[in-house]
Design a protein around this ligand. Structure first.
Ligand SMILES: [Cu+2]
Length: 112
């Protein structure tokens, strides 16, 4: 029983020290070309990632989609949204607007 409590405390402590990486992306539009900026974001494997999305472009609602992390959010003009996910795998992943595929895509780099 004592060992079970010790293991539980260890797991709890590990979770308490998980790092959160907070990033803000702003939707940018110029002559019809739209992109979330910065276009490349970087995190480390194991971090909790919290992305604040700000969309103030004239064309209205846009999407933010990271298929590999099941992140999908529609962001209305003037309404700040926040998405969160755990960076539980490393590599280079695409980010895009799932509403308007003609967007310039961004990339998410998860380091070891
Ligand atoms: Cu869009």
């Amino acid at each position: 029983m004592k060992m079970l409590v010790s293991i539980s405390c260890l797991v709890l402590s590990f979770n308490l020290f998980a790092q959160t990486r907070s990033i803000t992306l702003v939707n940018y539009e110029n002559e019809g070309v739209k992109q979330w900026l910065p276009g490349t974001i970087i995190a480390k494997k194991g971090e909790e990632v919290e992305i604040t999305l700000i969309n103030n472009v004239p064309s209205g609602i846009h999407g933010f989609f990271i298929p590999d992390f099941n992140v999908r959010k529609e962001v209305k003009k003037g309404v700040k949204e926040v998405v969160k996910f755990k960076a539980d795998k490393e590599g280079l992943f695409s980010m895009k607007c799932h509403l308007h595929p003609a967007h310039v895509g961004g990339q998410l780099l998860i380091l070891p």
